[in-house]
Write a protein that binds this ligand. Structure first.
Ligand code: FES
Length: 114
Protein backbone atom coordinates (compact mmCIF):
# COMPACT_ATOMS: atom_id res chain seq x y z
CA UNK A 1 0.00 0.00 0.00
CA UNK A 2 1.21 3.45 -0.91
CA UNK A 3 -0.19 6.81 0.22
CA UNK A 4 -2.42 8.27 -2.48
CA UNK A 5 -4.37 11.29 -1.20
CA UNK A 6 -5.24 12.89 2.16
CA UNK A 7 -8.77 11.94 3.20
CA UNK A 8 -9.54 15.66 3.57
CA UNK A 9 -9.32 16.01 -0.22
CA UNK A 10 -11.97 13.34 -0.89
CA UNK A 11 -15.22 14.33 0.74
CA UNK A 12 -18.42 12.34 0.58
CA UNK A 13 -19.48 11.94 -3.06
CA UNK A 14 -16.22 13.46 -4.29
CA UNK A 15 -13.27 12.20 -6.33
CA UNK A 16 -9.56 13.00 -6.34
CA UNK A 17 -7.07 12.08 -9.05
CA UNK A 18 -3.50 11.15 -8.16
CA UNK A 19 -0.63 8.98 -9.27
CA UNK A 20 0.70 5.96 -7.39
CA UNK A 21 3.83 4.21 -8.65
CA UNK A 22 3.31 5.78 -12.06
CA UNK A 23 -0.30 4.60 -12.29
CA UNK A 24 -3.10 7.15 -12.66
CA UNK A 25 -5.54 6.53 -9.82
CA UNK A 26 -8.95 7.98 -9.02
CA UNK A 27 -10.01 7.85 -5.37
CA UNK A 28 -13.73 8.27 -4.54
CA UNK A 29 -15.75 8.33 -1.37
CA UNK A 30 -19.33 7.02 -1.41
CA UNK A 31 -21.42 6.38 1.71
CA UNK A 32 -18.33 6.75 3.88
CA UNK A 33 -16.29 4.12 2.01
CA UNK A 34 -13.28 4.85 -0.16
CA UNK A 35 -12.70 3.27 -3.56
CA UNK A 36 -9.79 3.47 -5.97
CA UNK A 37 -9.94 2.89 -9.72
CA UNK A 38 -7.58 3.17 -12.62
CA UNK A 39 -8.12 6.73 -13.81
CA UNK A 40 -8.45 5.64 -17.41
CA UNK A 41 -11.66 4.78 -19.18
CA UNK A 42 -11.72 1.31 -20.73
CA UNK A 43 -13.25 2.76 -23.89
CA UNK A 44 -10.77 5.32 -25.23
CA UNK A 45 -8.32 5.97 -22.38
CA UNK A 46 -9.99 9.20 -21.23
CA UNK A 47 -9.14 10.21 -17.66
CA UNK A 48 -12.25 9.65 -15.56
CA UNK A 49 -11.70 12.38 -12.97
CA UNK A 50 -13.55 14.95 -15.12
CA UNK A 51 -16.63 12.76 -15.05
CA UNK A 52 -19.55 12.71 -12.66
CA UNK A 53 -20.15 10.51 -9.65
CA UNK A 54 -23.74 9.66 -8.71
CA UNK A 55 -23.97 7.17 -5.90
CA UNK A 56 -21.64 4.36 -6.91
CA UNK A 57 -21.94 5.16 -10.62
CA UNK A 58 -19.12 7.03 -12.33
CA UNK A 59 -19.82 8.51 -15.76
CA UNK A 60 -16.94 9.05 -18.18
CA UNK A 61 -16.65 12.69 -19.28
CA UNK A 62 -15.88 11.89 -22.92
CA UNK A 63 -18.64 9.59 -24.19
CA UNK A 64 -20.66 8.85 -21.08
CA UNK A 65 -19.64 5.26 -20.41
CA UNK A 66 -20.66 4.26 -16.88
CA UNK A 67 -18.82 2.24 -14.24
CA UNK A 68 -19.45 0.96 -10.73
CA UNK A 69 -16.72 2.42 -8.50
CA UNK A 70 -16.97 -0.57 -6.13
CA UNK A 71 -16.04 -3.17 -8.73
CA UNK A 72 -15.01 -1.26 -11.87
CA UNK A 73 -17.78 -3.09 -13.73
CA UNK A 74 -19.03 -1.42 -16.87
CA UNK A 75 -22.65 -0.33 -16.44
CA UNK A 76 -23.29 1.33 -19.76
CA UNK A 77 -22.08 1.95 -23.32
CA UNK A 78 -20.14 2.87 -25.26
CA UNK A 79 -17.61 1.29 -22.88
CA UNK A 80 -17.89 -2.47 -22.67
CA UNK A 81 -14.91 -3.48 -20.52
CA UNK A 82 -14.43 -2.89 -16.80
CA UNK A 83 -11.98 -0.43 -15.28
CA UNK A 84 -9.36 -1.82 -12.90
CA UNK A 85 -9.95 -1.25 -9.20
CA UNK A 86 -7.36 -1.28 -6.43
CA UNK A 87 -7.34 -2.29 -2.74
CA UNK A 88 -7.69 0.70 -0.41
CA UNK A 89 -6.84 1.36 3.25
CA UNK A 90 -7.12 4.50 5.33
CA UNK A 91 -4.17 5.13 7.56
CA UNK A 92 -2.92 8.25 9.33
CA UNK A 93 -5.32 10.53 7.53
CA UNK A 94 -4.47 9.28 4.07
CA UNK A 95 -6.04 6.92 1.60
CA UNK A 96 -3.50 4.24 0.70
CA UNK A 97 -3.79 2.29 -2.54
CA UNK A 98 -2.14 -0.89 -3.82
CA UNK A 99 -1.68 -0.76 -7.60
CA UNK A 100 0.59 -3.81 -7.80
CA UNK A 101 -2.18 -5.99 -9.22
CA UNK A 102 -2.76 -3.84 -12.29
CA UNK A 103 -2.74 -6.02 -15.38
CA UNK A 104 -1.60 -4.78 -18.78
CA UNK A 105 -4.51 -3.03 -20.38
CA UNK A 106 -6.70 -4.89 -22.81
CA UNK A 107 -7.07 -3.47 -26.26
CA UNK A 108 -9.76 -0.78 -26.33
CA UNK A 109 -13.05 -1.83 -27.87
CA UNK A 110 -15.20 0.44 -29.93
CA UNK A 111 -18.40 -1.50 -30.16
CA UNK A 112 -19.44 -3.50 -33.22
CA UNK A 113 -16.36 -2.65 -35.30
CA UNK A 114 -14.23 -5.20 -33.38
S1 FES B 1 -13.63 7.33 -23.43
FE1 FES B 1 -14.96 6.84 -21.81
S2 FES B 1 -16.80 6.25 -22.75
FE2 FES B 1 -15.47 6.74 -24.39
Amino acid sequence: MKPAVPIATVGEGAMAACEVDGVRVLVCQVDGAYYALHNQCSHAHQALDGGTLKGHMLRCPLHGGRFDVRTGACLGPPASLPVATFPVEVERGKVHVDVSGLQPRQRPRFGPLN
